[in-house]
Structures are given as structure tokens and as C-alpha cells.
Design a protein around this ligand. Sequence first.
Ligand code: SF4
Ligand code: SF4
Length: 299
Amino acid sequence: MNEEFQQFLEQEFARNELNRLHENYGGGRIFSTPFIGVSSGDDHLYKKYKKVVGPEHYTPAELWLADGLPNQEGLASKLRVVSIVCPFVDEIRIVSKTVKKIPAEIYSVGRNYANPFMLDLLRRIIKYIQDLGYNATAGMLSENFSIYTRGRFYSNFSERHAAYAAGLGTFSLHEGFITEVGCNVRFTSFITDAPFEVTPRRHEDPYGNCLYYSEGTCRKCEEKCPGGAITENGHDKNKCFYYGQKVARKLRDRIGSILKPSSRRINHELRPGWFPVGCAFCQFDVPCMDKNPTAGKQK
Ligand code: SF4
Ligand code: SF4
């Protein structure tokens, strides 16, 4: 099942026109080759995430049932969370390394167009799974999904935490997530009762792929962040948010006419008319941009 699905995914990334930049930026792909990791719905980490992320964080079975999918005996152990890593193409990274303070337009367009692509991809995945006779749902598509702003930013289904459970990498100083192909990626996931094989978790240390946490070195992301949002104590989501707002105002003036609108559910209220453009200086031209900088060093 994992191999067949990987093939389906690669075809989708290659042929889906929504995985394309605007023609002003060459019309090439936004994301290169995806890959997956799979966790079990009864992985103990999902219960732990209620403490680590927030009490509202769903276990896979809770989100499944909230989305109206059928219950069965031993449901949690029968569910799989399939996390998908979507790496940005090199073309975006090469240009992004050359700019300061305001992100490269090619990246902002890619970051903006990524949302409609990922939503379309998830709808196609659910159809693919249903055609095989199984069910599926996805946090990104769920009306039950929400971001919370209760003193801090978090959500009730974290893609990065699902990726960690699936063994795809570890957390890091800049609060991105470092996979074997680096941190300059996006994540999405779906929950299914299809018989995917669970992939092993190779990282015992949840921060093991980050050079700062594993060796006390690097901190290049801190140097690169124009918003002062990263220090040796970690990533300040509020400072990052406010710098991101500044960036968004400037980019909307420059390229607003070609941006695509998205919507977000914040504190369970749908807010349309959002035009994400990213920032991500902390992900470009850093040792963890396109690789795991501690590969081969961890026990
Ligand atoms: S740039 Fe260095 S310190 Fe920052 S997240 Fe990457 S590996 Fe860790
Ligand atoms: S996204 Fe921008 S503001 Fe936020 S931590 Fe990264 S570089 Fe800093």
C-alpha cells in the first residue's frame, strides 16, 4: 500500500497544475518529489500531544469520529496517519538565499499557491482511498480543525507533530521540522483505515536533527531571522507573527494581484480572505535547509 500510494502521490505532484508557480516566475513546480511517513492511530504520542501541544489536540480517532466517519472496535489501532513531506524546489531556494528582510517573490508566490494545491491534493487522495474501498479524512480539510490564539498559537491537529510520530524527522531551534531532506518543506496529512504500513521512528531525541540542540553549535537560523524571533531559548511565535504581518503588507503591494486567497479557522471561526506569503529566512541558506545536518551522527 505504501509503495503504490507513493507512486500515486508522485504522479499527482507532477501533473497537478496547482503545483505550479505563476507564469511570471516561470510556471515551474512549487514542490519537488514528495515522500511519506506513517504513524498508527494508537501511537502513545497522540495522547502526549494533548499536554505538549494543547488539551484540544485531537487523537486520530477523535478527529475521525468528529468528522463523522464510522466507529468500530479497536478503532484507534486500525487507523493510520499518513504524513506527506512536500519539499520546495531548488529554483525557489536559490533565489531565496540572495534576499534580505523581504522574501523573494518566487518563494512568496510558491508559499501562497501551496495552500490551494495541498487542499486539492487531499481531496484527490480521499477519492483515491475511497475508490479502494476505505475511508479517509484530513485535518486541513476538516471543519473541526482550528488554530487557537489563547495566549499562544497552536492548533488542534499539528502536522509537524504527526510528522514526528511518523518518524519523518525532528523539531528544531527555529521551530520548523528537520526531515532527511531538510526543513524547507511543507507538511500535510490524512487519517485513514486503509492498511498502510507504519514507518519506524528513528529519532529518539525529538530535537536530534538540529545542530544547536544536538551539539550546541550553528544558530544560523537566529542570525538569518530579520524579526528577532529566534534566540537560544527557541522561537518566539508572537515576534514571528508580527514580522510576518509586515512582510505580508509589503508583498501584497508588490504582487497582490496574482495571489490566491485562502481561509483559516481561528478559535473555530472561519476567516476568509487570507493571503499567506511566508517569510522563512530562517529556512534558507542554513545547514538544515535541504538536508538533515546531523545525519550519520546520531546514535
Ligand atoms: S539553522 Fe542550525 S540551529 Fe537553526 S534549526 Fe537549523 S540546524 Fe538548528
Ligand atoms: S519565519 Fe521569518 S520572522 Fe519567523 S522565525 Fe523565520 S525568519 Fe524569523
